[in-house]
Ligand binder design. Structure first.
Ligand code: CTP
Length: 396
């Protein structure tokens, strides 16, 4: 549960995207948050307060003159509602709402509690493309950013009005991922992190190839955790169906050689390189240009070595901090220690192949010059965050 113990004030203003915020309210609670909905009058034209009460299990606050929402009956809900909140998330945030907040106006409960807040404010704009592009809105957005308010989105795409462009509210799962990231410590702010993930695929002919059972989940989790920690992340991914973590630049490759070439384009400008991919050690020397037919007899495959991406980066002048992975079927610590030496890297992360490939959680051994630290079995995302914290401590 990524938001365990967090109390979120979920502000809603007028916009058709309000229907998606019903889903967001549920997803926030799935992640362990408690949610207090506060709705403007316009928001209630799209979704009723009864709907939000049913979804959050709490009365919804709508009226600045009501005495509800105060810790004591002091008729000050605009103060008290946010004093127990970890963040206010306004979704959808209309153009009018952004304008009022940018100008410090407080003429209903939501805008008043936003002005009186001590906690962070995040807003998910949702409006027509012309409203978003209007210089007045853009001025307001610049003011909000300068005031330290976090804007989530908007996205580009088809709009409810039939037009297309920027101004779409982010989808609930995207808002959730951004909010979870918001609460993570920014241990890698300003750093560039390069990551390889997934298997590679070495073609035999146009329809067949040599690959392995790596799912890419660990590498993708590390990319997400690095981005949550504030890094600028490039993820070089072998063939996998996994969705790209938010805010991560992804480069899809197939073969080890392609992965090597993509990595070498970014290695010199990265401060950290984490090689999580299960890279094929060999490739077929001459992949057939057309499909090999059964009738032509059993083929003989000639193999040649692929470049060792991690070792190449580790031997660069001004190499980034290099972290390797080892998936072993036995004697994990012993093999991991030997591999750390042979690759000439400060940190190697070892795990059991049969335990790790494809699963959602695993146990990791962090092996460095001082010895081995066990990261006890947990979800790959939790392990990724621990690893990122460990890597951040090693940076100058
Ligand atoms: N690696 C790499 N390029 C390769 C092979 C591996 O960057 N051509 C990286 C992996 O991403 C991982 C580490 O090196 O971080 C794994 O080391 P490696 O010696 O390749 O492991 P195995 O292939 O498992 O070695 P062995 O088969 O000897 O166990």
């Amino acid at each position: 549960m990524n938001l365990h113990g967090k109390h979120i004030v979920l502000g809603m203003t007028g916009g058709i995207a309000a229907y998606k915020v019903c889903e967001l309210a549920r997803r926030l609670q799935d992640e362990g948050a408690t949610v207090q909905a506060v709705m403007s009058r316009a928001a209630q034209e799209f979704v009723t307060a009864t709907t939000m009460q049913a979804l959050t299990g709490r009365p919804v606050f709508t009226d600045q003159w009501s005495t509800e929402g105060g810790r004591v009956d002091n008729a000050m809900p605009h103060i008290d509602i946010t004093r127990v909140a970890d963040a206010i998330v306004v979704a959808p945030a209309s153009a009018h709402f952004l304008a009022r907040v940018a100008n410090g106006m407080a003429d209903d409960l939501l805008s008043t509690l936003v002005l009186a807040r001590r906690c962070p404010l995040l807003a998910a704009p949702a409006m027509n493309v012309e409203m978003w592009n209007n210089p007045a809105t853009q001025r307001n957005v610049a003011t909000l950013r300068a005031d330290g308010i976090t804007l989530l989105g908007p996205a580009d795409g088809d709009q409810a009005c039939g037009e297309t462009g920027s101004g779409r509210m982010l989808e609930p799962h995207e808002l959730l991922e951004d909010l979870v990231a918001f609460f993570q410590p920014k241990l890698l702010a300003g750093k560039r992190v390069l990551i390889t993930a997934g298997p590679t695929f070495e073609p035999i002919d146009p329809v067949r190839g040599i690959t392995n059972l790596s799912s890419g989940k660990m590498g993708f989790a590390i990319a997400r955790a690095a981005r949550e920690a504030g890094a600028d992340v490039t993820l070089v991914a072998g063939p996998t169906m996994l969705p790209t973590p938010r805010g991560v630049a992804r480069i899809d490759v197939q073969s080890a050689q392609q992965m090597h070439d993509a990595v070498m384009q970014h290695a010199a400008t990265s401060q950290v390189f984490i090689a999580v991919a299960a890279v094929a050690d060999w490739r077929v020397t001459h992949a057939a240009p057309t499909k090999i037919k059964k009738g032509s007899g059993t083929p003989t495959l000639h193999l040649e070595a692929n470049p060792d991406i991690l070792a190449t980066v580790a031997h660069m002048n001004n190499a980034p901090l290099c972290v390797g992975f080892a998936a072993e079927t036995n004697d994990v610590e012993q093999h991991g220690t030997a591999k750390r030496h042979s690759k000439n890297i400060p940190l190697l992360v070892a795990n059991l192949a049969q335990d790790a490939f494809g699963s959602d959680d695993n146990e990791l051994l962090l092996i460095d010059a001082l010895g081995t630290t066990v990261l006890k079995r947990a979800s790959k995302l939790a392990q990724a965050r621990r690893l990122i914290a460990d890597i951040a401590r090693r940076l100058p």
